[in-house]
Design a protein around this ligand. Sequence first.
Ligand SMILES: C[S@@+](CC[C@H](N)C(=O)[O-])C[C@H]1O[C@@H](n2cnc3c(N)ncnc32)[C@H](O)[C@@H]1O
Length: 236
Amino acid sequence: MFTPQGPSLRELTAQALSSVEHGYDLLASKFDATPFRTSDRLLTSVARTLEGLGPFDSGLDVCCGTGAGLSVLRSVCAGRITGVDFSRNMLAEARRAHPAATLVRADALALPFAPVLDLAVSFGAFGHFLPNEQRTLFAQVHASLRPGGTFAFPLPAPPPVGSRLYWTLWGFDAAMRVRNALWRPPFVMYYRTFRLGDVRSRLEDAGFTVSLTPVETLGRREDDSPHCRLVVARKI
Ligand SMILES: C[S@@+](CC[C@H](N)C(=O)[O-])C[C@H]1O[C@@H](n2cnc3c(N)ncnc32)[C@H](O)[C@@H]1O
């Protein structure tokens, strides 16, 4: 799972015992060598799917980290692309990889943008937001988009109940709950708090209309449902 270029177990432990912001500051220089960075395969597949929904002008990558989603914006947006994250060191890595992008240090729960953006995307970060914070996050993205603007992000199908991945994610979340009950500051990262039904109603409450587009290049499951959908939320 981890490569020699990635963080050691000791470094990962130090990260996990920090706050989210400081944890990512510690991990930043090695983040791209971890499985937590969104894979190029998923990024390319999302870009292909978004191409069919455009054209898009300006774009925002929410919780951009080292800039994985900025490459998607670069391929589908004709205008300025911006990444926002609260980790100074993750932003420094993003700046190195995407010198033409605008990078803004801010909390995604208090975004500093006027309502002019055309497209917002986000990858791999929703687990850092508790259900109530997801409502705030969606409201903040909504307030940053122009009327008719789009918020899009991939949502993989949940693993079948009882599968190895199901138990891995269940175990991770359980360990995180124990850690957060015993240790301060909390490190909020849960895999099983972002389910389609809840996400859809929270987006609608924030003022979006929601549709789902299969990410076809990632294939289908045995029951013919897609492995991954793109959630496409349009600002009314
Ligand atoms: C798992 S990384 C994902 C990075 C990148 N989007 C990717 O897919 O590779 C999560 C990122 O979310 C950022 N983050 C978490 N909570 C945040 C918040 N409240 N405001 C801004 N950034 C936040 C972290 O600093 C980190 O860079």
